[in-house]
Design a protein around this ligand. Structure first.
Ligand SMILES: [Zn+2]
Length: 565
């Protein structure tokens, strides 16, 4: 007689995400591993007096979600500060900043962020609004995509940024009609001011990580790839992860992507090698390097093959940025590949995507094939000629599906400046899957919601859902509900796969997680309803009610105890 299970789930809709996409009704877990998957009766035979039995009552059991691109420590820090991320109007922003400033007289700099570009004409918030609320202290608020900051006059004054300050090579100081700095700084220009603000400390990031981990577990997330882990630069979160893991507080599995400082060259690779060595602690593994190759379309810094259009639809002279010279990029990626690092790209425009693919091709030409599973995040605009190259080069498409909808930012700040042909190349998840590419999904939180159910909803419907904050930017509800490039929609099994096995593949965790199979670790999520039992337009309505990592419950909602509807 085999020994009894520690934990058993019975009477459920168990979608295993195994290779055959099998369904089951019950799962048994012992010592953190799955020991049985199948019908109720054989699993019930493993129930002993000490077994914890969860009656799913028809609820859905899935492999734990894995977010392939997310920023938990700064996201958590933002939740604890002046957090604009859940608001979506100038009036709300003003109220939140005023309340935060009043409640925190002890804070020298008002920090936080999360504003949405499409709330402001041209995507540029003015300092005058902040000056009216806070005049005596500097205010520095990043946008929700992190590519721009909104500052008040005091912050500009401290930084010495005036009408005479020249734009840095990699950024833009937005100026008003009078030539004065307007209050918005894009990309590299952010650092003119943020270098004067107090740096986030390891203590800050430890607090942020704790808050973020709790939040992400509450959405069914059991593992993630942190897309920026700084060792001595931006988002200096490396030490926080190592300490969190060492203290036994890291319940999630985390792959860290070490931040490539684009102002430095190959000499930083030795530092990555050393960090990978000393950073493998508990469930943390800093085995990836993140290279940001371009900016974003909304501030015209994403790298395009042909120029941006202006407001009248006429071509400008601007084709956006390549933050790393494409030829140098080939050399860097080849060297990282040879050192055994997975490379995680940020690439938004079709030129940046192509430069990333060219770099991977160069690495393969020199080093041959390997199993590093390089990936490109965002893949917003992909030239059709480059779609088959993902499969050919073994490069994973890392999508943020929540963005693939007719939201305000898409309609007012993206499509008009791309024109119809390129606008139709956006978020080509369907094309990538049809071309045989591996697809992984992530949220890029705190850029946007980290709820995998909402993201799966948009991947399947290519449209938003009731309550989604950012759909009403143009004031046209019909346009918001119209599917965005519906030919690029993927079906529900494919979307779930991308958020489980696909992301597990990117994280090199697919041999132990990502599906519900005997021998794998019991990283699991219970949803309050079977996603397949309702129309696709209802996917968003599901909620995680329990999350397990290695059989240990890391989140439980009260709803778990209630019978299902
Ligand atoms: Zn990101």
């Amino acid at each position: 007689m085999t020994s009894p299970a520690d934990l058993a789930f019975v009477n459920g809709a168990v979608y295993t995400v195994d290779a055959a996409r099998r369904w089951a009704r019950a799962v048994a877990v012992r010592d953190g591993r799955i020991v049985a998957v199948g019908a109720d009766d054989p699993v019930r035979e493993l129930i002993g007096p000490a077994t914890e039995v969860v009656d799913l009552a028809g609820r859905m059991l899935l492999p734990g979600f894995q977010d392939a691109h997310v920023h938990p420590p700064p996201g958590g820090v933002e939740m604890l500060r002046c957090n604009l991320g859940d608001a979506y109007s100038l009036a709300e922003y003003e109220r939140i900043v005023a309340e935060y400033a009043a409640a925190h007289p002890e804070v020298g700099w008002i920090l936080g962020g999360g504003w949405s570009m499409d709330v402001f004409p041209g995507g540029n918030p003015p300092r005058t609004v902040l000056d009216r609320i806070v005049a005596d202290r500097p205010v520095l608020l990043p946008s929700r995509d992190g590519h721009s900051v909104w500052v008040n006059s005091r912050a500009l004054e401290i930084a010495g940024v005036t009408r005479d300050t020249v734009d840095p090579e990699d950024g833009v100081i937005v100026r008003g009609p009078d030539g004065e700095p307007w209050g918005t700084l894009h990309e590299g220009a952010m650092h003119l001011v943020d270098k004067f603000a107090p740096e986030d400390t390891t203590e800050d990031y430890l607090e942020g990580l704790a808050v973020a981990q709790t939040y992400l577990h509450s959405l069914g997330i059991s593992a993630w790839q942190d897309a920026i882990v700084g060792i001595d630069s931006l988002y200096n979160t490396f030490d926080a992860y190592v300490q969190f893991a060492r203290d036994g507080r890291l319940t999630a599995r985390v792959v860290g992507a070490l931040w490539w400082d684009r102002n430095r060259g190959e000499e930083q690779i030795d530092g990555f090698v050393a960090a990978r060595e000393r950073g493998r602690v508990g469930r943390f593994a800093p085995t990836t390097v993140k290279i940001m190759q371009d900016g974003v379309i909304e501030n015209f810094t994403a790298g395009l093959l042909q120029p941006y259009l202006d407001e009248r639809g006429e071509p400008t002279s601007n084709r956006g940025k390549s933050f790393v010279d494409p030829e140098e990029l080939k050399r860097y990626v080849t060297r990282l590949d040879a050192e055994g690092f997975q490379v995680h790209f940020h690439a938004i425009g079709e030129r940046a995507v192509r430069e990333a693919l060219d770099a991977f091709e160069a690495a393969r030409g020199t080093n041959g094939t390997n199993d590093l599973r390089h990936h490109i995040s965002h893949i917003q605009v992909v030239h059709p000629d480059d779609i088959p190259r993902f499969r050919e080069l073994g490069v994973v498409g890392n999508g943020q599906p929540l963005w693939a909808q007719n939201e305000g930012q898409m309609r007012t700040l993206t499509i008009p400046f791309l024109g119809p042909e390129r606008a139709a190349w956006q978020y080509p998840f369907g094309s990538l899957v049809r071309a045989g590419a591996m697809l992984a999904f992530g949220s890029d939180w705190s850029v946007s919601s980290p709820d995998p159910v909402e993201e799966i909803h948009v991947a399947v419907n290519r449209a938003g859902f009731p309550g989604y904050a950012y759909t009403d930017g143009s004031g046209d509800p019909d346009a918001a509900s119209a599917p965005f490039l519906p030919g690029e929609a993927i079906d529900l099994p494919t979307a779930i796969h991308a958020f489980t096995m696909g992301s597990a593949y990117v994280n090199h965790l697919d041999d132990v997680t990502g599906s519900i199979e005997v021998g794998k670790l019991a990283d699991l999520v219970v949803l309050d309803r079977n996603l397949f039992a309702h129309p696709p337009a209802q996917i968003y309505a599901a909620n995680a009610v329990a999350t397990y990592v290695e059989g240990e419950r890391v989140f439980a909602a009260e709803a778990l105890e209630r019978p299902t509807s």
